[in-house]
Design a protein around this ligand. Structure first.
Ligand code: GDP
Ligand code: MG
Length: 462
């Protein structure tokens, strides 16, 4: 039970502004706790106030000390346990004046309410079993989402998708643990050979499933936060022209003088709702000019930081040693090739040598714009392709990624113990550890201090 694991003291009634501070049409103040309705009554100056739950009522709010009218507001009462937090909740939709809203909150504090900590409403929802931890985190991620993709992923997690994907794995683990435990209890002989082999395979499968899920984090993180893409290549191949073409404006200076771009330039473009930080670089070449040398140094750094590099090659020239040098500088990176200047008569499809480990090659003309759409798609492809392996569901949290991977490692260690024909209790260690780690994702076994760290990243009023 989630409610048992999260032992939080929830006796007091909390209050917070749930809309952003600042002037607005409406400002919503939220109360949660056993005294919510009592405080609302005092604020309305109406001790008989007995609203029907989930109904909006227009009421006059008054200063509980002086009786002075504060505002006309819409009051909604949500009766425990049928509320967001699982406690009695009252929401006051007031006029959105920051001064007025503060005054109303002050009145509620005067009546005895406490200021809510960041995420405290959601924490209460969690401790009352209204949602699990991944759903609570999804609410935070939804509010913080900066891209359409991030919104979509958070919505799926909020709907319980991650926990429902983990549940069958946990069930399967328990199915493995139970017979092992009873084998221990009855001090039988060792597991029969066939049974042991079958168990090993099941553990192997489970650990693979966890790894596959964990691996989606690579794409999930990037799609949620954006992708760093750097343009690289020899001078004059058309990096700055492609940069401008992708951007749709003349941002970088383009000339036929090699070494024109001396510094790295960054701009964000949006491709299918995903922000891509595109960096135009100075290109890599030996130079004695100190300014150009600095630029080359920055290029190297931009390339190291990139999630993906687009190597621009001039399709009217033969592949030179300088191109091969660029390929060898990129052994650690993922890169694709943009074969540029397809509009020129001397353009040819180039054959790349051994040094080239590009994942894709797109023919473009920065001059005419041909192939730029295909280049945009090719840039996204490595990140979206991976996500399709698991029907688009992606892990977007480093915490989940870490726990999934550790659970997979624990299962692998149990698998090894089985292979070594160790005793059941040694095999069980890894299984219990995996179960605990998976429970930490959804909140059943999450330590208190980890919980407070998670909720510290929430906004106030949520
Ligand atoms: N015909 C043609 N010329 C291009 C193309 N892309 C770039 N250029 C020209 O190549 C030269 C170098 O371009 P630039 O973008 O500054 O290259 P960078 O040094 O790699 O940044 C300029 O004269 C551009 O006009 C293209 O697709 N077709
Ligand atoms: Mg340039």
């Amino acid at each position: 039970m989630i409610g048992e694991a999260v032992a939080v003291q929830v006796s007091d009634t909390i209050v917070a502004l749930s809309t952003p501070p600042g002037r607005s049409g409406i400002g919503v103040i939220r109360l949660s706790g056993a005294d919510s309705l009592a405080y609302a009554r005092s604020l309305l100056g109406d001790e008989q106030f007995a609203p029907e739950p989930n109904r909006v009522i227009l009421k006059t709010l008054r200063d509980p000390e002086t009786g002075e009218t504060l505002d006309r507001a819409l009051v909604t009462y949500f009766k425990a346990p049928h509320s967001f937090t699982g406690e009695d909740v009252v929401e006051l939709s007031c006029h959105g004046s920051p001064v007025l809203l503060l005054r109303i909150i002050d009145s509620l504090l005067y009546l005895g309410a406490h200021t809510a900590d960041p995420g405290e409403f959601t924490l209460r929802a969690l401790s009352n079993g209204r949602m699990n931890l991944t759903q609570a985190e999804a609410i935070r991620d939804l509010i913080d989402a900066r891209t359409h993709v991030a919104v979509r992923l958070a919505a799926r997690q909020l709907a319980g998708e991650l926990s429902s994907r983990l549940q069958p794995i946990k069930d399967e683990l328990i199915k493995i643990i139970v017979p092992l435990e009873s084998a221990l209890e009855f001090v039988e002989d060792d597991l029969p050979e066939v049974a042991a082999e079958r168990l090993t395979r099941r553990l192997h499968d489970l650990s693979k499933r966890l790894e596959v899920l964990a691996e989606t984090f690579r794409s999930g993180r990037l799609l949620k936060e954006g992708i760093n893409v750097a343009l690289a290549g020899r001078p004059n191949v058309g990096k700055s022209s492609i940069f401008n073409g992708l951007l749709g404006k003349e941002r970088a200076i383009v000339t036929d003088v090699p070494g024109t771009t001396r510094d790295s330039l960054g701009e964000v473009i949006n491709v299918q709702g995903i922000p891509i930080l595109l960096t135009d670089t100075a290109g890599i070449r030996d130079s004695t000019d100190p300014i150009e040398q600095l630029g080359v140094e920055r290029t190297r750094r931009a390339l190291a930081d990139a999630d993906l590099v687009v190597v621009v090659i001039d399709g009217t020239q033969t592949i030179s040693e300088a191109d091969d040098e660029i390929f060898s500088a990129l052994v650690e990176e993922d890169y694709l090739i943009a074969l540029n200047k397809s509009d020129l008569p001397s353009f040819r499809q180039v054959h790349f040598g051994e040094a080239c480990k590009a994942t894709d090659c797109v023919t473009v003309s920065a001059k005419t714009g041909a192939g730029l759409d295909e280049l945009r798609r090719a840039i996204l492809h490595p990140f979206t392709a991976r996500s399709r392996e698991d029907e688009d569901f992606l892990i977007t949290s480093a915490r989940h990624f870490d726990l999934l991977r550790r659970a997979a490692v624990s299962l692998t260690s149990s698998e090894e113990e089985l292979r070594r024909k160790s005793s059941e209790d040694l095999v069980l260690v890894g299984l219990y550890e995996a179960l605990r780690l998976l429970g930490e994702i959804t909140g059943e076994t999450t330590p208190e201090d980890v919980l407070s760290q998670i909720f510290a990243t929430f906004c106030i009023g949520k």
